[in-house]
Design a protein around this ligand. Structure first.
Ligand SMILES: Cc1cc2nc3c(=O)[nH]c(=O)nc-3n(C[C@H](O)[C@H](O)[C@H](O)COP(=O)(O)OP(=O)(O)OC[C@H]3O[C@@H](n4cnc5c(N)ncnc54)[C@H](O)[C@@H]3O)c2cc1C
Length: 396
């Protein structure tokens, strides 16, 4: 049975993350307004905070563990800020997830300590990654891959020590010809021309990459499998496997912003004397003020999205396939966080839209969660295929 009630130990661990968030928020606006600069990996208060923080109770078998707790912690972390951290994890990029999922033991040993970004998107290829046009050609004489192409919107693209990038080794093979390669920064022919300028998550260093006759050792092919599988053998699906827990994680990031918006708005409504009466019962909504009713509907939307997201983590923890549910929670959360953050701005009026508060920033920051790791439209395609048993060819 699914039960997401938290234990005291769970609450203590989450409270620590929310306490970090209170400090992080002091920097959130400044970092947002100075996009060209890189926020520090460690904020000045970090050492003092951790030195004085009460010891956390040990986690036992009755406590929430694994993916569910991870998702709750992501929400709590993003409640503070989407991308500023008290102490930034410098080895957990999207490329690291791909390395863990598909790398050989030697590759994990060699590259595991580095921060790795993940570069799939190109100027002509986003939602349909099978259209990757960056090429990797094997030079048999030197035992090197020669990479040529351009990647855009690479998260942690500036900070990363290296990248897991997708390139085709045989364009005529279509999606089956696409492989992942490990490339270290500083390799000749690998350039980082610019940091992207964005609507939100401006503390994130999102970069463009260019590969021009960039030579890498043959053993940098992730997983070392040079064969081109037949289209029906699921080889491409193997590459896509890394997305299965990242979709709920992305949903959780947006939900952290929505959670922050809900908390701030509830506080403002209570200060203004608006009564939030949850006991009015069926038909009782009419006795609430318009602001209270609107707010309670946003809260319900938040709870629904949060539960759908936690369910994905629960399934992953149980070893159950969660591919379709991951798309459900991401598509739902992508829309919900927009409605919630915009709805909270509407409830608060002009102050909600001003830069006095972080609310308008949470709206901008959460917008990305309906774009990367697959847009809402693409998630709905995956859900429809899953529900109706259509293939990619039937429904594209
Ligand atoms: C801040 C940021 C960070 C990013 N980080 C990374 C990263 O680290 N690594 C990486 O590789 N990429 C990254 N991306 C790229 C991101 O994954 C793509 O933007 C996303 O996949 C959409 O691709 P696109 O922008 O090319 O849009 P397109 O694919 O051109 O889509 C445009 C619109 O058409 C819709 N659409 C497309 N196909 C269909 C269809 N078949 N049916 C219905 N609607 C459809 C889309 O939903 C979208 O609304 C990042 C993007 C941003 C903005």
């Amino acid at each position: 049975m699914i039960d997401f009630r938290l234990t005291e130990t769970d609450e203590a661990h989450l409270a620590r993350t929310f306490a970090e968030g209170e400090i992080i928020r002091r920097y959130a606006r400044e970092v947002d307004e100075n996009e060209a600069e890189m926020p520090p990996n460690v904020l000045p208060e970090a050492d003092e905070f951790y030195a004085n923080a009460p010891a956390l109770p040990e986690v036992g078998p009755e406590d929430t563990q694994g993916p569910v707790m991870m998702l709750l912690q992501i929400m709590a972390g993003n409640w503070g800020d989407y991308s500023v951290r008290l102490r930034r994890n410098t080895s957990g990029g999207l490329g690291n997830a791909a390395l863990s999922a598909a790398g050989t033991d030697e590759q994990k040993e060699k590259w595991g300590g580095l921060l790795l970004s993940m570069a799939i998107t190109e100027p002509g290829c986003g939602s349909d990654p099978s259209r990757v046009s960056t090429t990797a050609v094997l030079d048999e004489e030197t035992n090197e891959w020669v990479l040529n192409g351009e990647k855009i919107f690479v998260t942690t693209g500036i900070r990363a020590d290296g990248v897991v990038m997708w390139a085709t080794i045989d364009k005529s093979a279509g999606r089956a010809g696409i492989k992942s390669f490990l490339v270290e920064k500083g390799t000749p022919g690998f350039e980082v021309p610019h940091k992207e300028k964005k609507l939100g998550i401006r503390a994130d260093d999102t970069a463009a990459y260019v590969f021009s006759d960039c030579r890498i050792p043959r053993e940098n092919l992730l997983g070392l499998d040079e064969t081109i599988p037949k289209a029906s053998s699921g080889g491409f699906r193997g590459v896509m496997k890394t997305f299965n827990m990242t979709r709920p994680a992305t949903a959780a990031m947006g939900l952290g912003c929505a959670w922050a918006a809900i908390d701030l708005t509830r506080e403002a409504l209570e200060e203004a004397g608006v009564v939030l009466d949850y006991t009015t019962g069926p038909g009782g909504l009419g006795r609430l003020s318009a602001a209270a009713e609107k707010f309670m509907r946003l809260e319900a939307l938040f709870e629904a999205s949060k539960l759908a997201t936690l369910q994905c983590g629960w399934m992953a923890g149980k070893g159950l396939p969660n591919n379709m549910e991951s798309s459900v929670c991401k598509a739902h959360a992508g829309g919900a966080v927009r409605q919630i953050t915009q709805g909270c701005i509407e409830i608060l009026g002009s102050i909600g839209a001003s830069r006095e508060l972080l609310l308008e920033k949470w709206m901008r920051d959460s917008r990305i969660t309906d774009i990367y790791e697959g847009t809402g439209e693409i998630q709905r395609l995956i859900i429809a295929r899953g529900l109706l048993d259509y293939t990619r060819q039937d429904l594209k």
